[in-house]
Design a protein around this ligand. Structure first.
Ligand SMILES: Cc1cc2nc3c(=O)[nH]c(=O)nc-3n(C[C@H](O)[C@H](O)[C@H](O)COP(=O)(O)O)c2cc1C
Length: 212
């Protein structure tokens, strides 16, 4: 039978173990929270960098990272999931919307785009913010043809006309990359569809969930 001395000798290591376990659990929760916040901050900074490259921060006076709306349009935005649209306004008036649409049919999977559009439907610019295309081939927009994305600036659904909104190989106006037509075809199609979505939803894009 265990004597009181035996019980004490067992209780002490158990209590020590419990305290150490509690200490580490609290530590892990704190680290997880700090890490989550840091990741969120980094993602916000990353998307802001892309936004700044498309729309001059001097042209608006709101915070587009807070002035967002989620929109869903699988056929036009390339995904069944909701995508984020960032709104930019000056004195409350619309300046631009940047939509994170998807080009679903890249060579190695979907590409995520940021498509900035001015009121009326004119493109302010396009960035590819995530992709998995083949280095040296499908990613030419990042190096070999670094100005390729620049050519979208100023275009709209009527410029060029809709039937010319494709790569040259398909009878359109847009250059492909040497030896790689699939990626630019996917991007051109996704940008055109994003413009179509914008055209049908301009008012809603600026109104939905508008911050008071
Ligand atoms: C290993 C490998 C990777 C490829 N990666 C891409 C790519 O990322 N993007 C792309 O458009 N084509 C890529 N291609 C080429 C396509 O298979 C296809 O031939 C090309 O897009 C068609 O364009 P073209 O008609 O101008 O040759 C790749 C081909 C190979 C063999």
């Amino acid at each position: 039978m265990a004597t009181p001395a035996d019980k004490r000798s067992i209780a002490i290591p158990i209590a020590t173990l419990a305290i150490v376990a509690a200490f580490f659990t609290v530590g892990l929760v704190v680290i997880a929270n700090v890490t989550r916040e840091r990741i969120a901050r980094n993602q916000q900074a990353w998307i802001k960098e892309h936004l700044d490259a498309l729309v001059s921060p001097q042209s608006y006076d709101n915070d587009p990272l807070l002035d967002i709306t989620e929109v869903t349009a699988p056929d036009l935005l390339g995904t069944a999931a909701p995508v984020t649209a960032y709104r930019m306004r000056k004195a409350g008036l619309p300046v631009a919307v940047a939509i994170r649409s998807i080009a679903p049919d890249g060579y190695r999977g979907p590409l995520e785009l940021l498509v900035a559009i001015a009121p009326g439907g004119q493109l302010l610019g396009v960035r590819v913010i995530r992709h998995n295309e083949t280095p040296g081939l499908g990613d030419a927009f990042e190096n070999r043809d670094a100005d390729w994305l620049e050519k979208f600036r100023g275009l709209s659904l009527t410029k060029p006309p809709q039937q010319r909104w494709s790569v040259r190989r398909d009878g359109g106006e847009f250059d492909a990359f040497t030896g790689a037509t699939i990626t630019p075809r996917a991007i051109v199609k996704a940008v055109r569809r994003t413009l179509e979505f914008y055209q049908g939803n301009e008012d809603r894009l600026y109104q939905d969930g508008k911050p008071q």
